[in-house]
Design a protein around this ligand. Structure first.
Ligand SMILES: Cc1cc2nc3c(=O)[nH]c(=O)nc-3n(C[C@H](O)[C@H](O)[C@H](O)COP(=O)(O)O)c2cc1C
Length: 334
């Protein structure tokens, strides 16, 4: 397993190799894809690129088979990486055309991005999204309770339109209280499952997770061997009560392509929020146990199947970046 590094965040648009060939330019924009969020920071992606295209493959060796049994979160994560790649490509006026899930000998090809001469910027990818890529963070902590304005919520919705994906944003205190109760139950159910705990402990122990908050709070041994559910629930409750906006990304269909689209919408919403100084935390453990998933379906009735529940708000403290595998670690061998 390669080591994750925070050096990957040191990238600046001025470094774009304007005079170099297309292959080098494509490798540059790929570095923005690496900065995408992913479930447990697993970074379940592999890339193959040349002078005319990028292929994004799912890396199933990073799949969290207990927590993410149907590979939904894995595909959402791939959608986030794809979206970063497209946003960065458009920033540098690299025209692109996409093929979804083309057949491949290995069967894990998610998308092929062909670079073409004709360039057309997508209005759902304004420059401020690109500028937010290096500033986007997951905030696991307590938020500043300052309210989020309607104007900002409107702007987040404006970049999140997709025919197969819905985005719900709510300031309803009843939703918050219901989510709080569900999260308590989800934490208890998840931590009571030894397989779930073992998988989380292994992920944290591998160092790839790169999320010191969890390690410092619980420790790898504790996650694997002790019932730390109540401690986790206490932390989650405090964080949740500081939240004024809850969101849910839903899809009309099910399956890998719908989930990749959901990831694209999540990333655009997240980057727009970041551009306004906000932070976000997905709370996917709500969907990782059947009883709480069913309750979420009822709670967020509109918008199809629930895919990513999240909370949104202003940070209390500056959140440092988490590590990523370097591009050389996720580029497929020629
Ligand atoms: C599909 C998906 C599900 C996630 N689920 C959770 C979650 O349930 N709880 C949480 O705290 N963070 C969750 N995250 C955030 C990741 O842990 C985070 O993206 C990763 O650790 C990298 O950190 P960063 O987002 O600050 O770069 C999720 C992210 C994605 C893309």
């Amino acid at each position: 397993m390669p080591r994750a590094t925070t050096k990957v965040w040191n990238i600046h648009p001025k470094e774009f190799p304007e005079r170099a060939g297309r292959a080098e330019q494509i490798r540059f924009v790929l570095r923005y894809a690496l900065l995408a969020p992913s479930t447990r920071n697993t970074q379940p992606w592999l890339f193959d690129s040349d002078s005319s295209r990028v292929r994004i493959y799912a890396d199933f060796s990073r799949w969290q088979s207990v927590a993410d049994a149907d590979q939904r979160e894995l595909h959402v994560s791939l959608g986030c990486a794809l979206e970063n790649l497209l946003i960065a490509s458009e920033q540098f006026e690299l025209g692109h055309a996409l093929k979804w899930f083309p057949p491949s000998p290995t069967g894990n090809l998610v998308a092929e991005i062909n670079y073409i001469d004709k360039f057309k910027a997508d209005p759902a990818r304004p420059v401020r999204l690109f500028e937010a890529i290096t500033r986007r963070r997951t905030d696991h902590g307590v938020f500043d309770t300052r309210p989020v304005s309607d104007t900002i919520l409107k702007q987040i919705r404006s970049v999140s339109a997709h025919k197969d994906v819905s985005l719900l944003l709510s300031r309803d205190a009843e939703i918050r209280d219901a989510v709080d109760k569900l999260l308590l139950r989800a934490d208890a159910l998840a931590f009571a499952n030894p397989d779930w705990r073992a998988e989380l402990a292994e992920c944290v122990g591998s160092g790839g997770f790169g999320t010191p908050w969890l390690l410092s709070m619980l420790g790898q041994f504790a996650i694997a061997h002790l019932n730390v559910g109540p401690q986790m629930a206490k932390h989650d409750h405090k964080s949740l009560m500081s939240t004024s906006v809850f969101g849910m990304i839903g899809t009309r269909g099910a399956g890998p392509q719908a989930w990749v689209h959901a990831g694209q919408v999540l990333e655009r919403a997240w980057l727009m929020a970041t551009s306004h100084g906000l932070v976000l935390q997905p709370i996917n453990q709500l969907l990782q146990t059947e009883p709480t998933r069913e309750a979420c379906v009822k709670l967020f009735r509109a918008g199809g199947a629930p895919i990513v529940p999240f909370r949104l708000g202003y940070p209390r403290e500056k959140v440092p970046p988490t590590g990523r595998f370097d591009l050389s670690n996720v580029l497929m061998e020629e």
